[in-house]
Design a protein around this ligand. Structure first.
Ligand SMILES: NC(=O)C1=CN([C@@H]2O[C@H](COP(=O)(O)OP(=O)(O)OC[C@H]3O[C@@H](n4cnc5c(N)ncnc54)[C@H](OP(=O)(O)O)[C@@H]3O)[C@@H](O)[C@H]2O)C=CC1
Ligand SMILES: CCCCCCCCCCCCCCCC(=O)[C@@H](N)CO
Length: 326
């Protein structure tokens, strides 16, 4: 038995060492006088992130489509100025248009005189609905916005960082639904799974240039976007999601920054997302080797009754459908 004992002690020591290394080498969020580029910066999470960055002395560019909301957001951000040299720039752009994304980044560099060192891709949306009732165009639209919209911005910014030898930071926004899915989210979850795949590839590859990559998996955010999406959300989806409970965009921004400071690659801000993160980790680094490993086993067991529950709800719906037909 002694070899087994040594083996486990070895694993624990290895885990603790990995964890200590991660914390020791973590590059803390340091945005003072740096240029931070935030997509979706006129609403919800993006706006909260932009405000928090500005509070910490950054120059901020916010991009989104609606110009009036951008102006209002810029005025709100202004209130948190901490030094003279800070700038708030806003550019109206549709993130799904490659050429326009490139132009927006060029305008922001021109206006600030700085290449972005931090890129937060918060622009995104969700159009929940039942698979057979939605056109495939909804899937295309959602993928174009959530995945390609983020990709275009990241690609343009990273190229410039590499050219200028800037050891920047890329922060992608996924969702709890990057790690699980259920009825009503067939058009949305794949876009967020794709974000996770991109983050995992870039985490490794961009180390070549000293660029750090993080991906945030928020649970429900009590944002204007949530209100819009809830108007079309099937009741069964709301019941499973618990769409009423969530965190404010400000709470999410704070949690995200904490995760970055701790050197976490995959960042969550609620228990359910944490459970799914540890149990679907794939090639992502652990945030706490021992806790993540223990929680993963708990999660795998806990998900069995949860899956029964979601299947039960879906099957009840099926009974209702059959009743209607008679
Ligand atoms: N709310 C939630 O429960 C959750 C949200 N998320 C994710 O968090 C992110 C932020 O969501 P949230 O704050 O709720 O959303 P909001 O709807 O409040 O904000 C979305 C932002 O994206 C911008 N946007 C939308 N379409 C485009 C486009 N084509 N080009 C440029 N900008 C665009 C919007 O501005 P404009 O309309 O002016 O273009 C807005 O600024 C999204 O990626 C979302 O998927 C993840 C988990 C949960
Ligand atoms: C013990 C095991 C219990 C398991 C419970 C699982 C409950 C599922 C919660 C899913 C929450 C989804 C939040 C993301 C919402 C989102 O991204 C959309 N609002 C789109 O914007």
């Amino acid at each position: 038995m002694s070899w087994l004992y040594t083996f486990f002690i070895g694993i624990i020591i290895f885990g603790l060492a990995c964890e200590a290394f991660m914390r020791f080498t973590a590059r803390r969020l340091d945005v003072l006088k740096k240029h931070c580029y935030v997509t979706g910066g006129n609403s919800g999470l993006g706006l909260a992130v932009a405000k928090e960055l500005f509070k910490r002395g950054a120059t901020v560019t916010i991009v989104a489509q609606r110009i009036e909301q951008l102006k209002e957001a810029a005025e709100e951000i202004e209130k948190f100025r901490v030094n003279e040299s800070q700038k708030v720039v806003f550019v109206s752009v549709d993130c799904t248009d490659k050429q326009k994304v490139k132009e927006a980044i060029e305008i922001s560099i021109q206006k600030t005189g700085q290449i972005p060192e931090y890129v937060f891709t918060c622009a995104g949306a969700s159009y929940p609905g039942l698979f057979v009732e939605q056109d495939v165009e909804v899937h295309e639209k959602n993928m174009n916005l959530n995945y390609f919209g983020s990709l275009y911005t990241i690609h343009e910014c990273v190229k410039r960082m590499v050219e200028a030898k800037i050891k920047g930071n890329v922060i992608l926004v996924g969702s709890t639904l990057s790690m699980l899915s259920f009825v009503g989210f067939s058009q949305y979850s794949p876009t967020k799974y794709a974000i996770r795949g991109l983050a995992e590839a870039l985490r490794n590859e961009l180390k070549m240039y000293g660029i750090n990559v993080h991906v945030y998996f928020p649970g429900t955010i009590l944002s204007p976007g949530l209100e819009t999406e809830n108007q079309h959300k099937p009741q069964i989806t709301k019941d499973i999601e618990g769409a009423e409970d969530g965190l404010t965009p400000e709470q999410c921004a704070t949690a995200l920054f904490k995760g970055i400071d701790r050197g976490e690659v995959a960042i969550t801000s609620d228990l359910i997302s944490l459970l799914f993160r540890v149990s679907t980790r794939g090639g992502m680094p652990t945030n706490n080797f021992i806790l993540d490993t223990i929680l993963a086993s708990v999660a795998w067991i806990a998900f069995i009754p949860w899956r029964w529950y979601t299947d039960y709800l879906v099957l009840s719906q099926n009974k209702n459908l059959n009743k209607k037909e008679q």
